[in-house]
Design a protein around this ligand. Structure first.
Ligand code: PLP
Length: 233
């Protein structure tokens, strides 16, 4: 069996165990395969194994592999690319035609840029607001206190953006309590935003959990896991 298949079997097994423990269903959780460190042959293998939802955070790599996968994929079963990394506004018009969703919205300015491009492309985008839940100054993301207002403005001013939830990244640490705290805080913010009524019924997802912490994220309510190294190592 191939290494990638072996890795994915192990990940799927662990996701199932975590779902059981948290009394959640596996079909409530999406695995976004993060391909940023993967070569094109590895990405094709992932495709052949049936995976279709891929995450990228670098424009150059996204453009290169998306073009190759366009040729490779069956016409009726294309890859769905999702932007998970910070978007510089001047790169938005190259990134957005390739992706169907953005996990890393952190400002109204970027929301307006997405709205503008949605107009040009004639389609909408699924978007998560990224929250800086750890308070680390070097982390991207909206400040927790600002999320509800940002959600309201996007809902009012950006009709092509379907606000689907929140995204966060925990700090890189072995301290499970610190990681769990970030995910829990994000979930509280998410509940607050829901209560605020500043959103539509599409707002029901939490993008959190990577290779080192996806098991904790599932326990804390994640619906979208962004996993890279554990698949391609
Ligand atoms: C790289 C990256 C991931 C995946 O990280 P792994 O540790 O390789 O699983 C998830 N989310 C974002 C925003 C990333 O940049």
């Amino acid at each position: 069996m191939s290494k990638i298949k072996e890795n994915l079997d192990r990940i799927e097994e662990r996701i199932s165990v975590c779902c059981d423990k948290a009394s959640r269903r596996r079909d409530q959780i999406r695995l976004v395969a993060v391909t940023k460190t993967a070569g094109i042959e590895q990405i094709k293998e992932l495709y052949d194994l049936g995976y279709r939802v891929f995450g990228e955070n670098r424009l150059d790599h996204l453009e290169a592999v998306a073009a190759e996968m366009d040729n490779y994929a069956a016409e009726d079963s294309p890859v769905q690319w999702e932007m998970i990394g910070h978007i510089q506004r001047n790169k938005a018009k190259r990134i957005l035609p390739i992706v169907s969703s953005v996990h890393s919205l952190d400002s109204l300015r970027l929301a307006k840029e997405i709205e503008k491009n949605a107009g040009l492309l004639g389609r909408g985008f699924d978007v998560f607001i990224q929250v800086n839940s750890s308070g680390e100054p070097q982390k991207y993301g909206a400040e927790p206190e600002a999320v509800s207002e940002l959600a309201g403005k996007i809902t009012d001013q950006c009709p092509s953006i379907r606000l689907v939830g929140l995204m966060t990244m925990a700090p890189f640490t072995d301290d499970v309590a610190v990681i769990a705290e970030c995910f829990r805080r994000t979930r509280w913010i998410y509940e607050d935003v829901k209560k605020s009524g500043n959103i539509t019924k599409d707002f029901n997802r939490l993008s959190m959990g990577m290779t080192n912490d996806y098991e904790i994220a599932i326990a804390e309510g994640a619906t979208d896991l962004r996993i890279g190294s554990a698949i391609f190592k």
